[in-house]
Design a protein around this ligand. Structure first.
Ligand code: ATP
Ligand code: MG
Length: 501
C-alpha cells in the first residue's frame, strides 16, 4: 500500500502549465525516481507532495486518506520531509540552528543546544559532515550546505523523504554516503522520492521510475529492472530527434592570436604547491580532485579572487591578473558557477537583464550605455540556442526551473565573449539533452579563441568535454591525463591515491 499518493495533479502559473496530469505513488521501503527534462514539472510535483504549494486540482492521500498540507511544517508533522532543489537555509545562522528550524525550543526533548547537538551527531557523521556545529552556514561549501539540508530532513524521522536533486552539489564522497543512507532508509521502510539528472545513479539505486514530460506523466511507477537508460531518455524527450552527444571534443581550434594562459610555480599557503599550467587559446583543460585538493583554487587565482603566495599567473597576451572579479571581467575573464543562488543570478530581475549583466559591466567602463531593446534581442538569441524554457525574456529568472536558471548563468557569461572561460560545475542540475548542448557551446567558445578551464565533479563531463585533465591531490598536480589515459576510472584512482599507476 502506498504511504503517499498524488493523482491527477494540475498546477498552472499564469499562462504556464507546470503540471497537467501529475501522478506519483510512494511505497514504504522503496526508492521512486522522478525524472524529466528541465522544466518538465518535477520540482512542482515535489512542492505539491511536501505542502510547499497547493495544486489547482487533483488529490493527495496519506495512508489512503485524503490530505492537504497547509505548509511544509504541516507536511513534516505528517511524516513527509523534503530536501528542496534550491536550498532553504539561513546563511547567518550556524549549522545547529539550521538543523532545527521548526522545533519550538521550549518543548520536547530539545531544551538546549547541547542536547540538540548530541542528537544530530550520528546523522551528521554518517553523511561525513564533520564540522563544528557553531560554524555559520555561509562559511560552508555548496556541497556541505546540501548535507546540512539533508541532515535536517533526516532528523525529523520521516516516513516519506523527498529529495530534489540531492547529489547535484555533492562531490563523489558525499553522494556515495547519501546512497548508503538510502539503503538504511529502505530497510527502515521509509518511502523515498528521488529527483536526479544523473541517470546512472538513478539506475543504481531506485526501484521504480516516473517520468514527466511537459507536466504530464508519460511513464508511471515503472519497475526499474524493466528499463534501460535509453528507454528513460526516450520517455523524457518524447518524439523528437535525440541531441547529438559530442563524445569527442572538437579538435583543438587553431589559436586565433589569443595567446595562452600561463601559471608557473604557483603556490598558495596550505592550498597549492608548485603548480604549473599552460592553456592555449582553443584548448579546454579540466581540473579536478577530491574536495580541498586545490583544483578550485586554480580557478580563483585566474579570476583574481585569490593571490598566489609565490609564482606567477599570466592571462593570454602575457597580461597580469587584475585584482578583484570586476576588473577580471573587464579583462575578458568569465566565471561560470554551478552555485547559481550564491553568486549567479539576480532572481528578481528579468532574464534579459541577467543575460546582459556581465557584458554591461565591461561596456559601462567605456562609458557605453546599451539600450534595453538591444539587450532583449541578444537575450532572445541565447534563449534559443540554449533552449531556455521560459514565457519570454521579460520573465523573472526566479520563476524558471532550476536547470533553466543554470542555462541563464551560462548565457550571461557567454554573452560577454570571454577570452578566458572558467567553469565550475557548469552543467549542475541540467538535463542530459541540455548538457550536450552546453558542451557544444563551450567548444564553440574555445574554437573562437577562448582559453577554457573546466572544474567538474562530473567524471563523464571531464572525460568527454576536455582535451586534457589535471588531477589534483593535496595541492599538487598528481597527474596530467590526455588521449587514452583520459578516462573516468583513472580520474577516480588518481583523485583518491595521488598516483597514476
Ligand atoms: N513560481 C512560478 N511561476 C511561474 N512559473 C513557474 C513557477 N514555478 C515553476 N514554473 C514553471 O513551471 C515549469 C515546471 O517547473 P519545475 O520547476 O517543476 O521544473 P523541473 O522539472 O523541476 O525542472 P529542473 O530539472 O530544471 O529543475 C517551468 O516551465 C517553470 O518555469
Ligand atoms: Mg527542479
Amino acid at each position: 500500500m502506498a504511504v503517499l499518493r498524488a493523482q491527477n495533479i494540475t498546477k498552472a502559473y499564469g499562462g504556464v502549465t507546470a503540471l497537467a496530469d501529475g501522478a506519483l505513488s510512494v511505497e514504504p521501503g522503496s526508492v521512486h525516481a522522478l525524472l524529466g527534462e528541465n522544466g518538465a514539472g518535477k520540482s512542482t510535483m515535489v512542492k505539491v507532495l511536501s505542502g510547499t504549494i497547493r495544486p489547482d486540482a487533483g488529490t493527495l492521500t496519506l495512508d489512503d486518506r485524503p490530505v492537504s498540507f497547509n505548509s511544509t511544517v504541516d507536511a513534516v508533522r505528517n511524516g513527509v520531509a523534503v530536501v528542496s532543489q534550491e536550498l532553504n537555509l539561513f546563511p547567518d545562522l550556524d549549522i545547529l540552528a539550521n538543523l532545527y528550524p521548526i522545533r519550538e525550543p521550549k518543548r520536547g526533548p530539545f531544551l538546549n543546544r547541547t542536547a540538540m547537538a548530541e542528537a544530530a551527531k550520528p546523522t551528521l557523521s554518517r553523511l561525513g559532515l564533520n564540522v563544528d556545529l557553531r560554524t555559520p552556514l555561509r562559511e560552508l561549501s555548496l556541497g556541505q550546505r546540501q548535507l546540512v539540508e539533508i541532515s535536517r530532513a533526516l532528523l525529523t524521522d520521516p516516513r516519506v523523504l523527498i529529495l530534489d536533486e540531492p547529489t547535484s552539489a555533492l562531490d563523489r564522497d558525499g553522494s556515495d554516503r547519501l546512497l548508503g543512507i538510502l539503503e538504511v532508509l529502505r530497510e527502515r521502510q521509509v518511502g523515498v522520492v528521488f529527483v536526479s539528472h544523473i541517470l546512472e545513479e538513478v539506475m543504481q539505486l531506485c526501484d521504480t521510475i516516473t517520468v514527466l514530460r511537459d507536466g504530464r506523466t508519460v511513464l508511471s511507477g515503472a519497475e526499474r529492472k524493466d528499463l534501460e537508460i535509453d528507454d528513460i531518455v526516450a520517455a523524457m524527450l518524447g518524439p523528437r530527434p535525440e541531441p547529438s552527444t559530442p563524445s569527442e571534443p572538437a579538435p583543438r581550434a587553431a589559436a586565433q592570436g589569443g595567446g595562452r594562459l600561463r601559471m608557473s610555480k604557483v603556490s598558495v599557503d596550505d592550498v597549492l604547491t608548485d603548480v604549473d599550467l599552460e592553456v592555449e587559446a582553443g584548448e579546454i583543460v579540466g581540473v579536478t580532485g577530491l574536495a580541498g585538493a586545490g583544483h578550485l583554487a586554480v580557478l580563483e587565482l585566474i579570476a583574481g579572487l585569490r593571490r598566489p603566495s609565490s609564482g606567477t599567473v599570466r592571462l593570454p597576451g602575457d597580461r597580469p591578473v587584475p585584482r578583484g572579479l570586476r576588473r577580471a571581467i573587464a579583462a575578458g575573464v568569465a566565471v561560470v558557477s554551478g552555485d547559481r543562488r550564491g553568486r549567479g543570478l539576480m532572481l528578481d530581475q528579468p532574464i534579459w537583464q541577467n543575460i546582459g549583466q556581465v557584458r554591461s559591466i565591461g561596456l559601462s567602463r567605456d562609458g557605453i550605455v546599451v539600450r534595453g531593446s538591444t539587450l532583449r534581442k541578444r537575450a532572445r538569441t541565447h534563449v534559443e540556442s540554449l533552449r531556455i524554457r521560459c514565457r519570454d525574456v521579460d520573465q523573472r529568472v526566479g520563476l524558471l526551473s532550476g536547470g533553466n536558471q543554470q542555462k541563464v548563468v551560462l548565457a550571461k557569461w557567454l554573452d560577454a565573449s570571454p577570452t578566458v572561460l572558467l567553469l565550475d560545475d557548469p552543467t549542475r542540475g541540467v538535463d542530459v539533452g541540455a548538457k550536450a548542448e552546453i558542451h557544444e557551446l563551450i567548444h564553440k567558445a574555445a574554437a573562437g579563441g577562448a582559453v577554457v578551464v573546466l572544474a567538474s565533479t562530473d567524471l563523464d563531463e571531464l572525460a568527454s568535454a576536455c582535451h586534457r585533465v589535471l588531477v589534483f591531490h593535496r595541492g599538487r598536480v598528481a597527474a596530467h591525463l590526455s588521449g587514452s589515459d583520459l578516462d573516468q576510472h583513472t580520474i577516480i584512482r588518481v583523485s583518491n591515491t595521488g598516483v597514476l599507476v
